[in-house]
Design a protein around this ligand. Structure first.
Ligand SMILES: C[S@@+](CC[C@H](N)C(=O)[O-])C[C@H]1O[C@@H](n2cnc3c(N)ncnc32)[C@H](O)[C@@H]1O
Length: 380
C-alpha cells in the first residue's frame, strides 16, 4: 500500500448565523441535523480509497467549534483508523470566539486538535456588528489565553480589513490588539464582496462596499506592523512566527494532494480535482444511499497542471519553481508589463510576485498562458 503523505479537509457547515459576506457552504438554524451529518461524514470517509497517510487535517466551516468536541473526536479517530496520521500531524480547528469556553477548549484538545484558528475579524464592536458577528471584542480577547491553557501548540487569529465602517485607526488598533494576544499566526483578508451573499445584494443595490484603495493602504499597514512585531509574511494573506506556518495550506500551495469530506468540500488527489454538493439535504441523502456526494470532478494534467502549480505557488513570498511556465510568462506581453513595473520577477529558476498586492494580477496572467508549441512543430 502506498504511504504517500496527504492532507485532509473536513467541512462543518453549521453556524449560529450566516455572516452577510460569507459564500461558503453554510447553514444556520439546522443544528438538529448535526448527528445525521456526522454519521454521513464517517460514512463518506469509509468510501475514500486509502491513498496514503494524513500529515495534516483542517476542520473548517461554517463553525466547527459549535459542535460537541466528542463528535469531532470521533471524526479525527475515523480519519486515523482509515488512513493513519503521521507523527506530529497538524490537526487544525476553525473556531468562533463565542464558543470558546475553557471546558470546550479542553474538549477540543482531547478530540485530537493541536492548532486552532479563531474567526476574530476585528476588535472594534462597531465593525463586528456590521460584519454580522455574534461575538464582541471582549470575547475575542480571551480566546488565545484559553487555547494556550488547554494545550494547543499553535494559535492563529483571522482578521478582515476594509469593512465600510472601519477607519484606518480602527484597523491599526485591531492589528495591534491581535499582536497583544501573542498568537503564533495571523491571517489578514480583504473583505470581498461575493455574489449571492447579503453583502453582495446590498452592494448591487447601491449600498456601501469596501474601497480598494482603502484596502490596499490597510494591507500595507498590517504588513508593516506584523513584520515589525516579528511575524514572517510567508504568503499573501498569512503571517507566522517561525515554525508556525500552516502545514495544511503549504501542502495546497505546493499542489500537494488533499482529500475532502463534507458539504461543498473540494479535494485534489492524483491529478483529479473533485468537489462535493453544496446542498445539505442532497449531501445527506447521497451518502445515506451509499453514493459519493460528488457534484463534479475533472482531471488536471499536462500544461493545465503546470499552470495550476504556478498559480498556487506564486502566493508564497518565496515564489515557485519556474519550470516551463517561466519562459512563457517572461515572453508574454502582460507578464513583461508586470516585470517592467517591478511587480514580478522571473529568473531561470523561480517566479516571484514582488508586490503581494499584485499576486492576483500575476496569477490571472499565468492562467491565460497558452501551452508552448512543441519544438518539432516550430521546426516544421
Ligand atoms: C470559512 S471562514 C471561517 C468561518 C468561521 N466560522 C468564522 O466565522 O470566522 C474562514 C475565514 O475566511 C475569511 N472570510 C470569509 N469570507 C470572507 C469574505 N467574503 N471576505 C474576506 N474574508 C472572508 C474570514 O476571515 C474567516 O475567518
Amino acid at each position: 500500500m502506498s504511504r504517500r503523505l496527504l492532507a485532509a479537509y473536513v467541512h462543518i457547515p453549521f453556524c449560529g448565523r450566516v455572516c452577510p459576506y460569507c459564500d461558503f457552504a453554510v447553514v444556520a438554524g439546522r443544528d438538529d441535523l448535526t448527528g445525521r451529518y456526522f454519521s454521513a461524514l464517517l460514512a463518506e470517509i469509509e468510501m475514500e480509497p486509502r491513498a496514503g497517510t494524513i500529515g495534516s487535517v483542517f476542520v473548517g466551516g461554517g463553525t466547527p467549534s459549535r459542535v460537541e468536541p466528542n463528535l469531532l473526536g470521533g471524526l479525527i479517530a475515523r480519519l486515523a483508523d482509515r488512513f493513519g496520521l503521521s507523527d506530529g500531524a497538524e490537526a487544525s480547528l476553525e473556531a468562533n470566539p463565542e464558543d470558546w469556553t475553557p471546558e470546550r477548549a479542553d474538549g477540543f484538545v482531547a478530540a485530537g486538535f493541536n492548532r486552532v484558528s479563531f474567526g476574530v475579524q476585528s476588535f472594534d464592536d462597531v465593525v463586528l456588528a456590521e460584519l454580522g458577528r455574534v461575538h464582541t471584542a471582549a470575547d475575542a480577547r480571551r480566546v488565545v489565553d484559553r487555547a494556550r491553557a488547554a494545550g494547543f501548540d499553535s494559535v492563529s487569529v483571522d482578521l478582515i480589513f476594509g469593512t465600510p465602517s472601519e477607519s484606518e485607526d480602527s484597523w491599526v488598533a485591531t492589528v495591534r490588539s491581535a499582536i497583544d494576544l501573542e498568537p503564533d499566526h495571523v491571517s489578514t483578508y480583504a473583505l470581498t464582496v461575493e455574489r449571492g451573499t447579503e453583502l453582495g445584494r446590498a452592494v448591487a443595490a447601491g449600498g456601501a462596499g469596501p474601497d480598494p484603495d482603502d484596502q490596499a493602504e490597510k494591507y500595507e499597514r498590517a504588513r508593516t506592523i506584523l513584520t515589525r512585531a516579528g511575524f514572517e509574511h510567508y504568503e499573501v494573506s498569512n503571517y507566522a512566527r517561525a515554525g508556525h506556518e500552516v502545514q495544511y495550506n503549504l501542502n495546497t500551495w505546493a499542489q500537494g494532494d488533499y482529500l475532502a469530506f463534507g458539504l461543498g468540500a473540494h479535494g485534489h488527489c492524483a491529478g483529479v480535482r473533485r468537489r462535493n454538493v453544496r446542498r445539505l439535504e442532497a449531501y445527506l441523502e447521497m451518502v445515506e444511499d451509499g453514493e459519493r456526494p460528488e457534484a463534479g470532478a475533472e482531471e488536471v494534467t499536462g500544461w493545465d497542471a503546470e499552470l495550476e502549480r504556478v498559480f498556487l505557488g506564486v502566493r508564497l513570498r518565496a515564489g515557485v519553481a519556474a519550470g516551463a511556465v517561466g519562459p512563457a510568462l517572461a515572453g508574454d506581453p502582460d507578464g513583461q508589463a508586470l516585470i517592467m513595473a517591478g511587480k514580478l520577477e522571473v529568473t531561470d529558476d523561480r517566479i516571484i510576485a514582488r508586490d503581494p498586492l499584485f499576486t492576483d494580477a500575476v496569477a490571472r496572467v499565468v492562467l491565460g498562458l497558452p501551452a508552448p508549441e512543441p519544438p518539432e512543430e516550430r521546426d516544421a
